[in-house]
Write a protein that binds this ligand. Sequence first.
Ligand SMILES: Cc1cc2nc3c(=O)[nH]c(=O)nc-3n(C[C@H](O)[C@H](O)[C@H](O)COP(=O)(O)O)c2cc1C
Length: 262
Amino acid sequence: MNNSELNFIFNRRSIRKFTSQPIPQDVITELMRAVISAPSAGNLQNYSVILITSPDKKSSLYELCGKQQWILEASLLLLFCVDTNRLFRWVEVMGGSFHFNGASVFLTAFADTVIAAHTAVLAGELLGLGSVYIGRILNEPVSIVKLFKLPKFVFPAVLLCMGYPAEIPYKTSRLPMGSIIHEEEYKDYTVQEVKNIFRDKEEGFLNWCKNDPVFCEKLSKMGITTSSRFTTLYHYPKDFIQRVDKNVKEALMYQGFLRNSD
Ligand SMILES: Cc1cc2nc3c(=O)[nH]c(=O)nc-3n(C[C@H](O)[C@H](O)[C@H](O)COP(=O)(O)O)c2cc1C
């Protein structure tokens, strides 16, 4: 199917260079109409979106999220937060029970939040807007909570940079479809299947090394000779993951989603 109606999905790619053109208010409103049309568990819409355009806030986010230039350059940043505060306020005002605070509620609301965020990504594509997620919003969530005055039971889940694209980047590859899609039940992988699935990534790493032998010699001395080692030892090393993990747990407690007794 060459002319698939899904081409806007197939052609999407993360955009990390934006023009300085602001997004008109009516386009933002249309985008937000799409966001709140997203499905949510129990139709409770347990998420909030904070629209950010001020240079000060962008610059704080830039510092907190690993100094990624596109955070400063995107016309609009959208901070998608898990939010059961609004539901609690409703119960406070109109009566009911305050038991919406455990792991299952958090995960369900997290699903609502991510679905809403990706609805913005896809709607953005149709409106001529490019975007990129910033997962590093989880680096220091307590600082994000303070910066945006998030009350208890509101948690920053994903950040989206959005704007008019100033680049058409190359299309990133994907793992083979058969390695991701399982029929009826999960089928674990043989060693040979694992090698086949990740062959392109491993070959890409070797080719990259041919282009930068000096750096790769350094990596090699650290025992980093494969793409899997590069990913888990260099790109996302253990101390980084453990530090973020600790910060996320601290923030989940701070915001009331996790108790010491849990
Ligand atoms: C949860 C999540 C977090 C991400 N975090 C970042 C990030 O911090 N910085 C960035 O430049 N890209 C980030 N990305 C974008 C991915 O790198 C990108 O989606 C992936 O490489 C595939 O490329 P594509 O989006 O162009 O298809 C993130 C994507 C997701 C879904």
